[in-house]
Design a protein around this ligand. Structure first.
Ligand SMILES: *[C@@H]1O[C@H](CO)[C@@H](O)[C@H](O)[C@H]1NC(C)=O
Ligand SMILES: *[C@@H]1O[C@H](CO)[C@@H](O)[C@H](O)[C@H]1NC(C)=O
Ligand SMILES: *[C@@H]1O[C@H](CO)[C@@H](O)[C@H](O)[C@H]1NC(C)=O
Ligand SMILES: *[C@@H]1O[C@H](CO)[C@@H](O)[C@H](O)[C@H]1NC(C)=O
Ligand SMILES: *[C@@H]1O[C@H](CO)[C@@H](O)[C@H](O)[C@H]1NC(C)=O
Ligand SMILES: *[C@@H]1O[C@H](CO)[C@@H](O)[C@H](O)[C@H]1NC(C)=O
Ligand SMILES: *[C@@H]1O[C@H](CO)[C@@H](O)[C@H](O)[C@H]1NC(C)=O
Length: 350
């Protein structure tokens, strides 16, 4: 089965087999997921197949090139961990989600490893800036890069939910802790880059590195049929914009929060004409990012409950992709209807 395996070594599957068991901690590996516009094939579930090998080789070549360029000798290699089907109805074909291990030099102190968002940005910026999102003949889906696993210690999300500012700016992806108005004078930051200490004593395992939670932002859009667009909705500082944004947030954010505990931020970005088109950014912890279908299902349910504005179910887009495919649509409508019925029954009992 393995006549083709002598040319490999550039990419590997889960590195258990080629473990050069050196001493010390395991090499730090980020799991970086991305969607590629390649049809998914059952063969891709099996790393012994030619299909797996071919696609893995193309994707690893892109990762190797980008991460080598960004991190030089710190970066060691990348390898495909798995392929999964990722269905989008707009283009009517299965596309493929790939999870790739990005390995850094084992000797790198935690503090010198790139941060999650740097690792994410390296790939996502390259995709965003490449001609029709294709790098070395691999067509990527923009906005699909996510950190699935990180070697860095993660901080629990700061439950500072008083942040209701509506920013029209969709920079996102780095959930910097609040209170970042310059250096907080709590603990005077000691020289972290002390490279010349000759002390051979206590070295690693103090996890004091301040970290930032990796997040993934999903752009969510829907239309409010029959509502009238006014030009002041274009201006984020207008009362009309602020009121409508607050209305959307107060109705929808709790529904998303209840469904996805990893929701970190809900921001209304803009409105546009066409009845009214509503654009939002939902930020999730990279620990769990719901699928586009799961996100749209929350809106499908909301459409049946929310009365302050209209949600046209056929208009729902996540990252510019229409996700209300026939089957999931019907199933979720039935689910949603029974939930609504249930809540009516419960509320009538009081
Ligand atoms: C899409 O993927 C599913 C699951 O692997 C498979 O059953 C189905 O045949 C695929 N459809 C197409 C059009 O490739
Ligand atoms: C990691 O870095 C050390 C020191 O720079 C080097 O000797 C070693 O070969 C590197 N390991 C890998 C796998 O690149
Ligand atoms: C990229 O552009 C070329 C030429 O315009 C086109 O043939 C190709 O299908 C495009 N690829 C993607 C993924 O859109
Ligand atoms: C985002 O904000 C920055 C600074 O706050 C500003 O310079 C930039 O123009 C904004 N971008 C958009 C698209 O609003
Ligand atoms: C935060 O920093 C900005 C700009 O540096 C300053 O305008 C603002 O007053 C600061 N806010 C607080 C609470 O210190
Ligand atoms: C919105 O679009 C409609 C139809 O194209 C147009 O008649 C109307 O003037 C537009 N409204 C604004 C505020 O641009
Ligand atoms: C879903 O509903 C549409 C009409 O709303 C219907 O045409 C279609 O057959 C239904 N699909 C399933 C799987 O029930």
């Amino acid at each position: 089965m393995s006549s083709t395996h002598n040319q490999t070594t550039a990419y590997q599957t889960i590195p258990a087999t080629n473990a050069t068991t050196t001493n010390g901690p395991p090499a730090p590996v980020f799991y970086v997921g991305v969607v590629v516009y390649e049809p998914f094939d059952e063969d891709l579930k099996d790393y012994n197949t030619q299909k797996f090998e071919d696609l893995a080789k193309r994707i690893v070549a892109v990762y190797d090139m980008l991460y080598r360029k960004a991190f030089g000798a710190l970066f060691v290699r990348s390898y495909v961990i798995s392929f999964r089907v990722s269905v989008t109805s707009r283009i009517r074909m299965n596309v493929t989600e790939v999870e790739v291990g990005v390995e850094f030099n084992q000797t790198t102190p935690l503090a010198e490893l790139p941060r999650n968002e740097e690792v994410q940005k390296t790939l996502s910026d390259a995709i965003d800036s490449s001609y029709n999102h294709t790098i070395m003949d691999v067509p990527f889906s923009p906005g699909s890069v996510q950190i699935i696993r990180t070697p860095l210690p993660t901080t629990p999300p700061t439950t500072n939910s008083t942040d209701t500012t509506i920013s029209p700016n969709s920079t996102a992806t780095t959930a910097v802790n609040p209170t970042t108005n310059t250096t907080t004078p709590s603990t005077a930051v000691n020289p972290t880059t002390n490279t010349t200490t000759p002390s051979t004593t206590v070295k690693p395992t103090t996890k004091t590195t301040p970290t930032v939670e990796a997040t993934v932002t999903r752009k969510v859009t829907f239309r409010s049929l029959g509502e009238t667009f006014t030009t002041d909705l274009l201006n984020p500082s207008s009362a009309a914009f602020k009121n409508r944004a607050a209305l959307l947030k107060s109705n929808l954010e709790p529904l998303f929060q209840r469904t996805f505990s990893t929701l970190r931020d809900f921001t209304v970005i803009s409105f546009s004409n066409g009845s009214i088109i509503n654009n939002m950014d939902l930020k999730f912890s990279a620990a769990f990012v719901p699928s586009n279908i799961q996100i749209s299902e929350v809106l499908l349910k909301a459409a049946l409950i929310v009365t302050d504005f209209n949600i046209e179910t056929a208009s729902i887009l996540v990252d510019d992709i229409q996700v209300s495919s026939g089957v999931s649509h019907n199933i979720s409508l039935i689910t949603a209807l029974s939930l609504v019925l249930l809540s009516w029954l419960l509320s009538n009992q009081q």
